[in-house]
Design a binder for this molecule. Structure first.
Ligand code: SF4
Length: 377
């Protein structure tokens, strides 16, 4: 039996019936908010166990993807995201605006990231969108071609996109596009006023329509409540196709921003968010993103246990600190974890449809053949 399948079946056998038959392993886009809330409210250790079991059915639990994020254009952004030091609206921050970087430093940084084991290279530009940036966009398309040509997954975050811009990025070889929903629809206006939740969803639609994978997650510690965390997971969990990637960021308060004095988010909230997202979106790669450097090694391992399976590593993550490659590689090796080599590995983790089927209404259940195989073991 293939190792992935063996793991899926072993996990399924370990699942309480209520999980394997109802909320545990389905790939559903019809989640009700109350159902997501119910998952969230599960006692934490039980929730982590369920999430870890679901995780093993869809992913290799020994693999964590290393990703590197490069800021290709810093500061001077016209949006007013309250957490961000790159907004031109927050005059008290120390971030200085810089022009779009040239192609060569990007190639160099991507080569270095690849040599250190990163299989995904993300590029972020601090601006509202690409309107009026024809030459800059052409340079970004070259960046995408070059990085993709190195065999890495390539992701960009460039603000709002039109369908045509999305198509051009796809043609250049873009693997994924990051555009975070950040928080629930209700809390969103307390964080950002220059762009609506529906604007964000329209960009995600353009990305998906162009055939680019969607990366969309949130930030914890914005002053939101648990119901907003549930609201965020519910919003992404009911997209027509779940995001391929769901980054979980924790706020790194930056002096001069309106959120500079926000309380840190407790680690059990981060773990609960990851575990709930893992159950709601079983196939998605969950990225432990900004703020990871504030967690202890054991806390990070709890996050991996709960279903996180990617980290950002390198020198910096946009304008916030990041753990370095050497430290991360040593940490993963202490816990018997390895880097995810490329997206082909993730393909190999696809659930075997002979054993899991999605029923009408969106629930996935084990087929009679799977149950027979489990019982025979
Ligand atoms: S988060 Fe992005 S869009 Fe918002 S202000 Fe910062 S750079 Fe601009």
């Amino acid at each position: 039996m293939l190792p992935t399948l063996r793991r899926q079946l072993a996990s399924a056998a370990a699942l309480p019936r209520a999980v394997s038959r109802a909320s545990g392993n389905p790939v559903r886009s019809n989640w009700l908010r109350g159902e997501v809330q119910q998952v969230w409210d599960t006692p934490l250790m039980e929730l982590v166990f369920k999430a870890a079991s679901v995780h093993r059915m869809f992913h290799d639990p020994e693999r964590i993807q290393l990703c590197t994020l490069m800021n290709i254009k810093t500061g001077g952004c016209l949006e007013d995201c309250s957490y961000c030091s790159q907004s031109s609206k927050h005059k008290g921050t120390l971030t200085k605006a810089t022009p779009l970087v040239q192609l060569d430093p990007v190639i160099q940084a991507a080569r270095e990231a690849k040599a250190n084991g990163s299989t995904r290279f993300c590029m972020g530009a601090a601006w509202r969108g690409l309107e009026g940036r024809k030459r800059g966009f052409e340079r970004i398309l070259d960046m995408v071609r070059e990085v993709r040509g190195m065999g890495m997954e390539v992701c960009t975050t460039l603000g709002m996109l039109t369908p045509d811009q999305a198509r051009q990025l796809k043609n250049a070889g873009l693997s994924a596009y990051n555009h975070n929903l950040d928080t629930s629809r209700e809390y969103y206006p307390s964080v950002i006023t220059t762009r609506s939740y529906d604007d964000r969803l329209a960009t995600l639609q353009a990305v998906r329509d162009a055939g680019i994978k969607v990366c969309s997650g949130g930030i914890l510690g914005l002053g939101e409540k648990d119901e907003d965390r549930v609201g965020l997971i519910w919003e992404v969990g009911r997209l027509p196709e779940h995001p391929e990637s769901f980054p979980v960021n924790t706020l790194v308060p930056i002096p001069g921003t309106p959120m500079e004095n926000n309380e840190p988010v407790p680690v059990h909230t981060v773990i609960r968010t990851i575990a709930t997202a893992r159950i709601v979106m079983p196939k998605t790669i969950i990225r432990l993103a900004a703020g990871r450097h504030t967690f202890t090694e054991t806390e990070q391992m709890m996050a991996f246990m709960a279903g996180a399976n990617a980290i950002f590593t390198g020198e910096k993550m946009l304008t916030t600190p990041c753990s370095g490659w050497d430290d991360d590689k040593a940490m993963l090796s202490r816990w018997g974890l390895r880097g995810l080599r490329s997206f082909e590995d993730a393909e190999g983790n696809k659930v075997d449809e002979k054993f899991v089927q999605v029923e009408q209404g969106g629930e996935a259940v084990l087929t009679p053949e799977a149950m027979k195989t489990i019982e025979a073991q």
